[in-house]
Design a protein around this ligand. Structure first.
Ligand SMILES: NC(=O)c1ccc[n+]([C@@H]2O[C@H](COP(=O)([O-])OP(=O)(O)OC[C@H]3O[C@@H](n4cnc5c(N)ncnc54)[C@H](OP(=O)(O)O)[C@@H]3O)[C@@H](O)[C@H]2O)c1
Length: 333
């Protein structure tokens, strides 16, 4: 009798989670109900927002209960279908969570065409992170050609897509990334105009040198010390697309942050956004970005980790920059 392997939330972390906050268990195989699919997960996406789901309390996504399966998007193969629109053997993206097999409502799954793009891209550049980049750039920041756009976590899933989209749009794009290798990748492979290493001494001065005309758009993925260096360089009428604050997700006490005073003085617009509020962009996003990926105008680096059991360790690596590209677990071959 086949059993399912799952990773559960074992306890709520304070600060940086550890491996003790996760538990690998064996459980009975899920049984799909009417209108559901049984999916064999092949790829599991690991994303920074999952840190928020480990905490109690109100957020835009509900917390995972202690003892519950860690949630996440997966690409997998339909094993059994109780919805006539799907067939066994099809590859779908959906909420398969941190486990080998999942059953979920067919309406929450999207069929993938492996001939259109590698199916892993449904978790990255053609999935939620790519759509986040598209929304943040074109709906929130609205850069004009020729403007200077700064993108933090520039080699990552969201940042790499955002910066390349800004280049396609005719902007001057400056990335911020951790370490020389990532910076070389951001300029050499992704085609950003410059990239500054936030771990190097003199980071703030280097960023200022890379932005001689100031910053018109900050696509902010990091916060903390990175945002503190960006802040004084913002031009009048600059726009900050506040996408993420990964440097602050494990804080245990409030930090002395950058002052919001200039938001008023320079009429800077800061607007948080959550990708799930912008479903209407999905057709445009998929059409345009699929084309850019096909033409090689957008590249997407993926960082694969083999084995569901390595998911917790890989997830924790997101907070130390151990992933280099979109982090994906190969749950099965
Ligand atoms: N608003 C939304 O709807 C939405 C949707 C998706 C993602 N996001 C946010 O977008 C951001 C990027 O997500 P992603 O999926 O593309 O992740 P990612 O960039 O692929 O991985 C995270 C990267 O963040 C950087 N980082 C981690 N801790 C840091 C720290 N303390 N200081 C500076 N940099 C740090 C590391 O890169 P370096 O080595 O280069 O520092 C790490 O590789 C996150 O903040 C995420 O929460 C928001």
């Amino acid at each position: 009798m086949r059993r399912n392997r799952q990773i559960l939330l074992q306890g709520r972390p304070s600060g940086l989670p550890t491996l003790d906050h996760f538990r690998l268990v064996e459980s009975p195989m899920p049984q799909p109900k009417e209108g559901e699919l049984l999916v064999r997960n092949v790829l599991l996406s690991l994303d920074p927002y999952m840190r928020g789901m480990m905490d109690e309390g109100k957020s835009y996504i509900p917390p995972v209960p202690v003892g519950g399966v860690m949630r996440g998007e997966t690409v997998g193969e339909v094993v059994e279908t109780r919805d006539p629109r799907f067939a066994a053997g099809e590859i779908v993206v959906g909420p398969g969570h941190w486990q080998e097999y999942a059953s979920f409502r067919a309406a929450r799954a999207r069929q993938l065409d492996p001939a259109a793009a590698p199916v892993s891209t449904a978790l990255g550049v053609l999935g939620m992170p790519g759509k986040t980049a598209y929304v943040g750039l074109f709906k929130i920041a609205k850069p004009k050609p020729g403007e200077t756009v700064v993108v933090s976590a520039a080699s990552g899933a969201v940042g790499a897509a955002a910066g390349q989209m800004a280049k396609i749009h005719g902007c001057r794009v400056v990335g911020i990334a951790g370490g020389a290798a990532k910076c070389r990748y951001v300029t050499g492979e992704l085609g950003f105009d410059a990239c500054v290493d936030h771990r190097a001494p003199g980071f703030a001065e280097e960023l200022a040198r890379a932005c001689p005309d100031g910053i018109d758009v900050d696509f902010e993925n990091v916060g903390g010390g990175v945002l503190a260096a960006v802040w004084p360089l913002l031009n009048d009428f600059a726009r900050v697309a506040l996408c993420g604050l990964i440097a602050e997700y494990n804080d245990t006490a409030p930090r002395a942050g950058p002052s919001l005073g200039p938001v008023l003085e320079k009429r800077i617009e800061v607007r948080g956004f959550i990708v799930i509020d912008h479903e209407e962009v999905t057709p445009d996003f998929l059409r345009e970005t699929t084309q850019w990926v096909r033409e090689g105008r957008i590249r997407c680096r993926e960082h694969f980790v083999d084995g569901l059991e390595r998911a917790p360790e890989a997830f924790l690596g997101l907070f130390e920059g151990r992933n280099f590209g979109k982090l994906i677990v190969r749950v099965a071959s």
